[in-house]
Design a binder for this molecule. Sequence first.
Ligand SMILES: [Zn+2]
Length: 220
Amino acid sequence: MLTHWHWDHVFGMSEMKIPIISNKMTYNGIKQLQELSWEDGPLDQRVKAGLEIPFCADAIKKELGNDRDITLLDPDIQFETRMKLNLGGLTCVIEHVGGDHSNDSSIIYIPEEKVLFLGDCLYANLYADKWNYTIDITLKLIERMEEYDAEIVFLSHHNEPLNKSEFQAFLQLLKKIGYFTEKYNGDYKSIAAELSKYLRRELNEMEVETIAFFVNGYSG
Ligand SMILES: [Zn+2]
């Protein structure tokens, strides 16, 4: 199951040797990636043309080294909004949720275990001049996240899974910053001051960065 089309989530698909499920939009994203070369020249050209971001081009070069021969298969099973898989005593609920990070993002929820796999859906949009969150899309996504009864939550690029209270705190933080960004018309200093007052402490690096992403995405 592919959570979205980004290179770091699909380049290993030919190694999986199992039927691959993806959202229709993810499928279309992979069809486009199949046409591309990952050698330095074409990568640099795409960065220049604004089709690729330096962050990913650099990471691809670093991660792949000289082995740039990537086999991207056509996913075997496509869905549009939601599907359920019965794995024998375990159910996988797969749902398209979208979001700023990538509009094809889908999640997996296992009700029997109360486990939620989020992929990258709660991260910011990196495919922009400035990494950003937009208020409306993020708040809507959080509302959806709150519907899952999850005890363990996996975010792809977090080092550790989050437990229930950590996940709720993470959602709450995004929500608060979204509200404050609206309230202060995207003014970084006022948002930071209000959040610090609310948390009754200095802001940490992640909080500072998250405010910056909301400010970047604020359009008035
Ligand atoms: Zn991603």
